[in-house]
Write a protein that binds this ligand. Structure first.
Ligand SMILES: *Cc1c(COP(=O)(O)O)cnc(C)c1O
Length: 433
């Protein structure tokens, strides 16, 4: 399936009513950090990046956000209108789960699975599509593993009026057709990677015609096409500072929702792949800790099979296998690390967002590694108590939170980040059951 002529950008607000409970600004943790986050370095010179280095890939507005230390950045009216289709997302008291566990703790979950794409990823996809359209870009390219990011960006491009071209890792392209169908329904064009459409892809196919591909190869293809087309840019769904920024709507809403019912979070659990949903939920809490002396704990929950925060080294590393991306200071398992094919495809990344890594290094948050079996068991327990089937990624946060709640001896307040729903991941649940 292909798209025809370039669609018309739709960047003006429509004037629809946006509830006041949809945040007006994104929150930037960089403003409150006791020490600045180490800068990204140029892969050739190893000097800190300058904005011009990123200009072939990203619009100026996002480059500015990437290095901003402003605490609050206003959300454009058009983006807020689209957020209002599913935001504020609900903060739900998991009372049935509490009863099933027999815990004195109060458990809440912040549910991002009601977005049209089924996860938190549209929070940044919409913003990225918007800023690119404003700067005259007509097409976004990206890579996707399991497909959640490709689907979210396809949706954002449909709403903002951009073309979207996605390189999906061959193995998932073949085994997870529903995400590809979701992309195509939104008008996105999805290629298996490696493809014969790029030099990088052709080289990879020549070396191994039967390769199942990798995220690093798909990144190389998407970047090559963006760099070669002056009307195209590239979009990344996690890791970068501007992505953490856009996701901050999650935590800001959660803080306000807890305030409204007179609750204070003692501990927040979020799953961590590249770090964006965890940062989005927890950074507003960390900011308040730093500014006001509150003591909310934050726990990043990663798969034991891809344990960058708990086992990785904190050093400069590349974002891709080919070593084309800027060097980022992060917890990394090494750019050549190949994670096993776990079900939580969104958590299979060798590195961690620099902002999350820095916060861990400063002791602002903790990390735990969760076994896949324990994650699924917790996901099923959650689904049977609450009705919501968590995404396989989210079940890592659920598992760590349930273990904590089982051991609780007081009525402490626990918040779980439920980053997405698992309805397109039912084969994984089916295998487990
Ligand atoms: C992509 C994805 C993740 C992992 O990405 P982060 O950047 O770590 O948030 C987690 N949960 C869901 C549902 C996802 O789609």
């Amino acid at each position: 399936m292909t798209t025809s002529a370039a669609p018309t950008p739709r960047i003006e607000p429509l004037g629809t009513v946006v509830p006041s409970t949809v945040p007006t600004h994104w929150y930037n943790l960089a403003a409150d950090l006791p020490e600045p986050c180490p800068p990204a370095l140029h892969p050739g010179t190893r000097e800190p990046l300058v904005p011009a280095d990123l200009a072939p890939l990203f619009p100026m507005a996002l480059i500015a956000q990437e290095v901003s230390t402003e605490r609050w950045i206003e959300i454009p009216a058009t983006v807020r209108e689209i957020y209002a289709l599913w935001r504020p997302s609900p903060l739900i008291r998991a009372a049935r789960l509490e009863r099933a566990l027999g815990t004195p703790a109060k458990i809440f979950y912040k549910y991002e699975g009601l977005s049209p794409a089924g996860s938190h990823k549209p929070n940044t996809a919409i913003a990225q599509a918007y800023y690119n359209a404003v700067e005259g870009i007509t097409k976004l390219t990206t890579e996707t593993g399991a497909g959640q990011w490709g689907a979210s960006l396809s949706m954002a491009c449909a709403l903002i009026g951009l073309q979207c071209e996605v390189w999906q890792v061959r193995a998932s392209y073949d085994s997870k057709p529903y995400r590809r169908m979701q992309m195509e329904t939104y008008g996105g064009v999805c290629h298996p990677s490696p493809s014969d459409l790029t030099e990088a892809g052709r080289a990879m196919l020549a070396a191994d015609p039967d390769t199942t591909g990798s995220l690093g190869m798909a990144i190389s293809e998407a970047v090559e096409v963006a760099v070669g087309d002056p009307k195209a840019h590239y979009a990344l769904g996690s890791v970068l500072n501007h992505v953490m920024l856009h996701q901050s709507v999650i935590g800001q809403e959660a803080l306000a929702q807890l305030d409204e019912i007179g609750e204070v979070a003692d501990i927040v659990f979020g799953c961590a792949g590249g770090g964006s949903n965890l940062a989005g939920l927890s950074f507003p809490f960390l900011g308040r800790n730093l500014r006001e002396g509150t003591t909310t704990r934050v726990v990043a929950c990663e798969p034991a099979a891809c344990p960058s925060l708990t086992q990785g080294e904190y050093r400069y590393d590349f974002g891709d296998v080919a070593g084309l991306t800027p060097l980022l200071k992060m917890h990394t398992l090494g750019k050549d690390f190949v994670p096993p094919p776990i079900h939580a495809g969104g958590l299979r990344y060798h590195g961690m967002a620099p902002m999350v890594s820095h916060a861990k290094e400063l002791g602002l948050l903790d990390a735990v590694a969760v076994e896949q079996q324990d994650a699924f068991a917790a996901g099923i327990e959650f689904a049977r108590a609450e009705g919501v089937i968590p995404a396989p990624e989210s079940t890592h946060a659920v598992a760590a939170a349930l273990a904590h709640a089982r051991a609780a001896t007081s009525d402490e307040t626990i918040v779980i980040g439920l980053s997405g729903n698992g309805v397109l991941d039912l084969p994984a649940y089916h295998q487990y059951v």
